[in-house]
Write a protein that binds this ligand. Sequence first.
Ligand SMILES: *[C@@H]1O[C@H](CO)[C@@H](O)[C@H](O)[C@H]1NC(C)=O
Ligand SMILES: *[C@@H]1O[C@H](CO)[C@@H](O)[C@H](O)[C@H]1NC(C)=O
Ligand SMILES: *[C@@H]1O[C@H](CO)[C@@H](O)[C@H](O)[C@H]1NC(C)=O
Ligand SMILES: *[C@@H]1O[C@H](CO)[C@@H](O)[C@H](O)[C@H]1NC(C)=O
Ligand SMILES: *[C@@H]1O[C@H](CO)[C@@H](O)[C@H](O)[C@H]1NC(C)=O
Length: 509
Amino acid sequence: MSSGRETINHDPIKYWKSLVLPIIKATDILSLLIKATIAIFIAASISLIFFFAFTNQSFCFPEYQTIVRNFNNHRKVTTSHHISHQSNYEKTNISHILFGIGGSAKTWNQRRHYCELWWKPNITRGYVWLDERPPENETWPETSPSYIVSEDTSRFKYSCWYGSRSAIRIARIVKESFELGLDNVRWFVMGDDDTVFFAENLVSVLAKYDHNQMYYIGGNSESVEQDVIHSYTMAYGGGGFVISYPLAAELVRVLDGCIDRYHYFYGSDQKVQGCLTEIGVPISKELGFHQMDIRGDPYGLLAAHPLAPLVSLHHLDYVKPMFPTMTRSDSLVKLRGAYEVDPGRTLQHSFCYDLRRNWSVSVSWGYTVQLYPTLVTAKYLETALLTFQSWRTYRNEPFTFNTRPVSPDPCERPIVYFLDRVEMAEKGRTLTTYKRSKDESVKDCDRVDYAPALAIQSFNVSANQFNINLWNKAPRRQCCEIISGSDVVDGVIQLHIRGCSGFESVTPL
Ligand SMILES: *[C@@H]1O[C@H](CO)[C@@H](O)[C@H](O)[C@H]1NC(C)=O
Ligand SMILES: *[C@@H]1O[C@H](CO)[C@@H](O)[C@H](O)[C@H]1NC(C)=O
Ligand SMILES: *[C@@H]1O[C@H](CO)[C@@H](O)[C@H](O)[C@H]1NC(C)=O
Ligand SMILES: *[C@@H]1O[C@H](CO)[C@@H](O)[C@H](O)[C@H]1NC(C)=O
Ligand SMILES: *[C@@H]1O[C@H](CO)[C@@H](O)[C@H](O)[C@H]1NC(C)=O
């Protein structure tokens, strides 16, 4: 061993100091300190002069006074027992959210079925913002949110050659919503006319955050090409994005200027994000917002949902129906049937293994079950099947999450089951059944060891309703067990999903 290295290692701190700190003599330090003090003093005086010079000009903040007043009005300290964990305010509920839906008068009738699926008149608050008044001879549907015609935006600049000026109007919805001055609004939620929100889950997500702070919440595009073109730092508008009241208060002051400054940006979401960058507030990403910038079959994405509440789906007109034997809108109604009995559990993943038969089962609650007649790892089950392509170029990659290809060999594919029925078994417990769905374009695997699995026609899955307080805890996928004994009755396998016990893992020992 070299002795030189030995001595240095004896005193690692001294060694690091000698590397990191240049050697400075005491006299140098003194003169440096004096110079630094003078420099700081000069800088401070200059900034003070500037500060007074500019803040004295009242035109700088013409709207600020009204905003601050509005801001203070709605703050009511409560002494309820329902105290959210961050503050003394009552827990966030649906009434604290003001939705702003970007619509257009000409297309609302084709799009409104998306909104009406989740909109609850007199419960959800908000407006559809239209480009013009809807035709006089048609009555506005009661099942839709009320509409407001957006302000004129012809004075703003827009120069993105492949985009549409409507982006300006839609970017300003958050401002116009704020300026309505409605009471008790904690969160402004923006969405497109084809965004489907899962409002209870949205509330669960927002309840984790302190609405008195400046938050910008949402998700990226799934297609990397989109994130590269438009930005990774932006919450995509189709998946919906959220702005807390205090952040909206700051945003409305500067938004119009940003719209001109970012005239070359394509979308409304991008213009808003440009502005938020000026304020300095980054996105807080939440995995349940789905822009759905994909083409083809959304199955793989939906069947491998991350461990987070399902908050939104978008672009459903551009992908295949979620259930292969149904129309797009019937598929959505089906999924929402499960969602309504157990919002928090919807699409949540659980894995079970049958170690006697060497089977692996992946459940995406409320949507699908996959049966693998082999033992496959949790890591494999967790990864999305690549049933879709990228948004712009229809490619197989890359996405912002990992995927695994769907094998052309039927013996390498799972047997797939889709949600059939949903019921409340008893208080707090659901029973969902999933039926075999045969893809007619693919032959069944004819290997002998596959035959017993192919005989399974359906899965009965029981689960307790998901306790939404779990979303405030460290995330952990729930556990699943196979209830049916060695013999399968009528081709039905019974599963039970429950929280995992300590030291429980799907690792076969
Ligand atoms: C929501 O919370 C407010 C308190 O801010 C309360 O007055 C209201 O009754 C709650 N609404 C619902 C639907 O729980
Ligand atoms: C909503 O409230 C209004 C006024 O309170 C009432 O007239 C209307 O029937 C309600 N609508 C629904 C769908 O409950
Ligand atoms: C309203 O008027 C337009 C043209 O003026 C017509 O095309 C449309 O069918 C009318 N709608 C109803 C509900 O009468
Ligand atoms: C299950 O797999 C194990 C290990 O791979 C093997 O030893 C066992 O025979 C298999 N059992 C069945 C029923 O195939
Ligand atoms: C599965 O669930 C259905 C109800 O959806 C029920 O009729 C059937 O008896 C159940 N089968 C088993 C084996 O539990």
